[in-house]
Design a protein around this ligand. Sequence first.
Ligand code: SIN
Length: 490
Amino acid sequence: MTQRFELNDLIRADNFIDGKWVAASSGKRFDVTDPATGKVIVQVADSGPADARAATDAAARALPAWRDTLAKDRAAVLHRWHALIVENADALGRLISLEQGKPLAEGRGEVMYGASYVAWFADEATRIYGDIIPQQARGKRMSAIKEPIGICAAITPWNFPLAMIARKIAPALAAGCTVVGKPAEDTPLTALALVMLAHEAGVPPGALNLISASRDNGVAAVADWLEDGRVRKITFTGSTPVGKYLAKESAGTLKKLSLELGGNAPFIVFDDADIESAVAGLMAAKFRNGGQTCVCPNRVYVQSSVYEKFADLLSKRVGALKVAPATDEQAQIGPMINARAVEKIERHVNDAIERGARALTGGKRLTDLGPNYYAPTVLADATPEMQLSCEETFGPVVPLFKFDDEAEAIRAANDTPFGLAAYFYSQNVKRIDRVSRALEAGIVGINEGAISSEAAPFGGVKESGYGREGSKYGLDDYLSIKYLCQGGLE
Ligand code: SIN
């Protein structure tokens, strides 16, 4: 029997260390606000290095027992956690919408998406196999076994407050690692609720520890993990500059890193595409979470002969999107996460318009709704000089670039230091094969805008990072291989 909690019971304001809820050692707190209104929801612990160290101490104490727990017993704990998340999907979804702003249906969808990683890795826990290496010399036996890497630090973003931390904690615990974590300062509440449910599910004290910290104090707290040799792995989703900082600063103790960093996804529509389905795919991929998703298309390339038709169909669909607070059941786009996010969107759109782009729909803030709303926007006549061509806008803006031939589209798509996701629409099988191979990205959507799945390897190439989350490959990031060589057998 799983337990169902009310939304208010899921709101926790302290750190979770060694199986207990504790205030930051400094006693400091910071505000978590509702992005729809700017109002404070609750004040949470503002942790510093001492709290990060206490979390690591607890994780170190818990490691030997959790590492030695039978795989099937670790799996059972994760399955119970999964059941509790699903049982509380409605309240968790509302909590996500409250602190992050995504519409309620998307909030609930994110809960199920995050839960799917927990179920997946619960099963994977029981499939951590090694190898017997074919004999190379008489009297000698060689084998390779996989062991948990040790304490993992999970640092997670605000755009998917549940799914991103679930897909880091679940494989870590499945592998037999213990965890210290810090969610983004904008959205700590969902992560704290998730940890509370993990505790209810039977994750032992110290195996999973979570601290919250403000933007000002978070850097110093995380720095403690970067320098601490007991922390053997950092798993991070967020911006490329922060990923580079983590890689550099953790080099002193040579930690293993998984970095899921920024993207600048191209979306290419060839003239042999099914245009209606390309529009539908772009709507799904682009407007998920209001465009605040690392795999959202950021640059849309449309072949000249179908450009006008595509732009027309798209702007009608985009113009009809309902923008409203998450509490409105009809909302399709909620507020952006904070004032900085809206300012960046505004800067990108204004820069594009100054350089000759035309707003087919949108192109402005929606101040009547609240402080952080921006109208879903389609910009025609986008060019490579515009800021939105080189930087991720992370908002509901679609710039349309025109191209004439396949080589030009691929050149433009790959002309970025990033390589997380890429999409294209074509019905020509030979082109599908050529373009899939030519695109420099970790993930390619072919005639499909919805690419994410717990069963698929999620991650990038180039400056979008390294490591893979989900799938049968996702567990490897939390394991190290030990080679055993036994002699004297003859
Ligand atoms: C992200 O935005 O980083 C993750 C999106 C996803 O998992 O689909």
